[in-house]
Write a protein that binds this ligand. Structure first.
Ligand code: CMP
Length: 140
């Protein structure tokens, strides 16, 4: 497997509890490298667009409210098999189902405030990276 890039968000529940460094350390320990990173306050428009795929879900409104409730850290990560690797390090969406040692098992508050986001496929990774970063912000 060649080097791959994925998109990551440290969510507001984690930044609020001062866990940004702890989350990024888990990603780095897992073999991923941070190629871009910025701390931002997502606007409602940005969050609605980012999660548009979930528009019909009952939790969409709450999810947008949560993602705009405080700062987030958006990141580009690179590594071998980075998309799957990141998902392994994060653990299952629902922290109650997440494996021991994963970020969500360690830090997530619940299925919504689950500390991190990671792209689920190469197409979404490319789209999500483009949604928040220009090429010149990504430095390997
Ligand atoms: P994420 O990986 O960012 O992708 C969609 C997000 O929606 C997910 O993480 C959770 O934060 C949230 N989510 C998924 N399922 C539910 C649910 N059943 N109730 C509330 N939020 C959810």
């Amino acid at each position: 497997m060649a080097l791959e890039r994925t998109f990551s968000i440290v969510k507001p529940d984690a930044t609020r509890r001062n866990l940004t460094g702890a989350v990024v350390a888990k990603l780095e320990e897992g073999g991923l490298r941070v190629f871009a990173s910025k701390r931002i306050q997502m606007t409602k428009d940005q969050a609605e667009g980012f999660y548009a795929v979930h528009k019909e879900r009952p939790f969409y409104g709450e999810l947008v409210a949560f993602m705009t409730s405080g700062p987030v850290v958006v990141q580009v990560l690179e590594g071998e098999n980075a998309i799957a690797r990141n998902r392994e390090i994060m653990g299952a969406t629902n922290p109650e189902e997440a494996a021991e040692g994963t970020i969500r098992k360690l830090y997530a508050e619940n299925i919504e405030a689950n500390s991190v986001h990671g792209s689920d496929a190469p197409e979404t990774a490319a789209e999500e990276i483009k949604y928040f970063f220009s090429d010149d912000e990504i430095v390997g």
